[in-house]
Ligand binder design. Structure first.
Ligand code: GLP
Length: 250
């Protein structure tokens, strides 16, 4: 695999470790190094690039820190799956997102329960305190791999004909279910925050306790600007990066 790879230019002003890192990173991004594949031992790579082991290790360590590579004790260094690049402009469902990526969406319902809105939830959903709310907590998967945990809160009065139950949802799309109920989601407001996985999140998402996660909070509205859904989600930070295009104000 190393044979047709570029070599660092020792006369260039860029640090050698940075050049080596860029060459390996380009190969990962271009798919020459496939996700899941094991890269050559450091000794071999250092020899090929004609750099010291220390320089090579610095390049590899940065690629590990940036989520391109993963070191497995006793096994070697492997190429990680590329992160999902999720745009922040369009209101889509998890099911749509995964299908658009050619992946099979799935969800495991952790619980569905009915409760009364506390002050906080009432404020988020613009309803009276104590209004009945359906709370749905799910683990969302893509091709069997855990991606995020979602806890959706929906005022019960929206659900007129069908009941939102484990059976009615049965691993399917919540947004499709709401649409079948005649509820059309029009727009949403979101916030993203950094966090670290607690024991429950780590167990469900199959990551280490304390691993970075992204907390995503969404309020989804119908066309009358009435909140229909308030969601707290926990996304794996090693699998997601979010993307938005910005324009100058003036
Ligand atoms: C996304 C959003 C959630 C929303 C979910 C609905 O993941 N971040 O806020 O609840 O989609 O997805 P689905 O219709 O697949 O159940």
């Amino acid at each position: 695999m190393v044979e047709n790879r570029k070599k660092p230019d020792k006369s260039a002003p860029l640090p050698l470790y940075y050049q080596v890192k860029t060459i390996i990173k380009d190969k990962i991004e271009q798919g020459d190094y496939k996700s899941g594949c094991k890269i050559e031992p450091e000794r071999e790579l250092a020899k090929y690039f004609d750099v010291s082991r220390m320089t090579l290790r610095k390049a590899i360590t940065q690629l590990v820190d940036e989520g391109y590579l993963i070191r497995r004790a006793g096994e070697g260094t492997f190429v990680r799956k590329p992160k999902f690049r999720q745009g922040l402009l369009w209101l889509t469902s998890f099911t749509e997102d995964m299908k658009n990526r050619g992946l099979k969406p799935d969800s495991r319902t952790i619980f569905i329960e009915e409760d009364r809105a506390c002050y906080y939830l009432a404020d988020k959903l613009n309803i009276e305190e104590n209004t009945k709310v359906i709370i749905l907590k799910r683990l969302r998967k893509a091709d069997g791999e855990p991606m995020c945990i979602e806890k959706s809160h929906i005022p019960k009065f929206f659900l007129k004909s069908a009941e939102l139950t484990m059976d009615s949802l049965n691993g399917a799309s919540l947004y499709d279910f709401l649409q079948n109920e005649g509820i059309y989601l029009n727009h949403a407001r979101e916030t993203l925050e950094a966090g670290i996985a607690d024991q429950e999140e780590a167990g469900l998402l199959e990551i280490q306790i304390g691993a970075p996660v992204i907390y995503r909070e969404r309020t989804t509205y119908n066309s009358k600007n009435t909140p229909v859904e308030f969601v707290n989600s926990t996304y794996r930070a090693d699998r997601y990066k979010f993307y938005v295009e910005l324009m100058r104000k003036d």
